[in-house]
Design a protein around this ligand. Structure first.
Ligand code: CP
Ligand code: NVA
Length: 313
């Protein structure tokens, strides 16, 4: 907080995806749909506002959709490239946060450690948005469920199978999936399960929303009859040294035509991208008419504009 400004009563962040309850999420998706349908009505909501994007890792989609989204809303984005130095190396994260809050109205951060993001948020009295951390990727999961809602109408009871690594993407699909009342089935090899704490929290929410969370071993069991099959890379950014070992561990977890054919007849394929064709998914599945990967990518833009609108106005 700046020394001269009065304390802001409610500073809103998006750090984990647990910030919004199911009713707020429904309202959020209505806003995203409205912004997507009528972008011109929202072209000045960030007029005069500046946000910074601090990224410790590479990005195509997240950087582009935030920069384009901020511009579409009438604001300005300034990209701070932190891909060659980790946050906290040159100066404490607390000092970065306390400087930034004096100049800009919001921070979008892609970090290695969720803790770094939380330290930024604790020390900057401006909204902080998670643009991917080691534990969560909430903006992606929000865009994914929005895309599924467009496709299937309702999210309540929708069956989604996530096959692969119990990583940040998996955690966010569990967290948001539980809140929208979906039936999320995760299949991972032994040793690559999602964090128990995140699964337990999602299961508690699912009990209230009528959703369902299942952590399984068998990809076939997870995929049987579902409307949506999702996968992500086997080695996330920062895990490149483990790539060979992970390729062995995940060999039976590829989403190929045989596995995908066990989903429902109207099932769609999702991937947050970037993808490795021939590893976690075959080219035949990801490039098929059932794949909605580019709809997901497009919706990052509309959904993040709704995130910015919700947190900054
Ligand atoms: N899906 C996603 O976040 O892509 P980028 O890493 O390119 O931002
Ligand atoms: N799990 C991936 C997601 C990329 C959008 C990673 O963290 O690299």
């Amino acid at each position: 907080m700046s020394a001269t400004s009065a304390p802001v009563e409610t500073k809103h962040d998006l750090l984990t995806g647990t910030e919004w309850n199911p009713a707020q999420l429904r309202e959020f998706f209505r806003l995203a749909a409205e912004i997507k349908a009528h972008p011109d009505r929202y072209c000045t909501v960030l007029a005069g506002r500046v946000l910074t994007l601090i990224f410790e890792k590479p990005s195509l989609r997240t950087r582009m959709t935030f920069e384009v989204g901020i511009a579409n809303l009438g604001g300005t984005a300034i990209f701070l490239d932190h891909t060659s130095t980790r946050l906290g190396e040159r100066e404490p994260i607390r000092d970065i946060a306390r400087n930034l809050e004096r100049w800009v109205q919001g921070i979008v951060a892609r970090v290695f450690k969720q803790k770094a993001l939380e330290e930024l948020a604790r020390n900057a009295n401006i909204p902080v948005i998670n643009a991917l951390s080691d534990r969560f990727h909430p903006c992606q999961a929000l865009a994914d469920f929005f895309t599924l809602q467009e496709r299937f109408g309702a999210l309540s009871g929708l069956k989604l199978a996530y096959v692969g690594d119990g990583n940040n993407m998996c955690h966010s699909l569990l967290t948001i999936g539980a809140r929208v009342g979906a039936d999320v089935r995760v299949a991972t090899p032994e040793g690559y399960e999602p964090e128990e704490k995140i699964v337990a929290a999602a299961s508690r929410v699912a009990r209230e929303t009528g959703g369902k969370i299942e952590i399984l071993r068998s990809p076939e069991e997870a995929v049987a009859g579902v409307q949506a099959v999702y996968t992500d890379v086997w080695a996330s950014m920062g895990q490149e040294a483990e790539a060979a070992e992970r390729e062995r561990a995940f060999a039976d977890y590829q989403v190929d035509e045989a596995l995908f054919s066990q989903a429902a007849r109207d099932a769609v394929f999702l991937h947050c991208l970037p993808a490795h064709r021939g590893l976690e998914v075959t080219g035949g599945v990801i490039d098929s008419p059932r794949s909605i990967i580019y709809d997901q990518a497009e919706n990052r833009l509309h959904v993040q504009k709704a995130v910015l609108h919700t947190l900054l106005t």
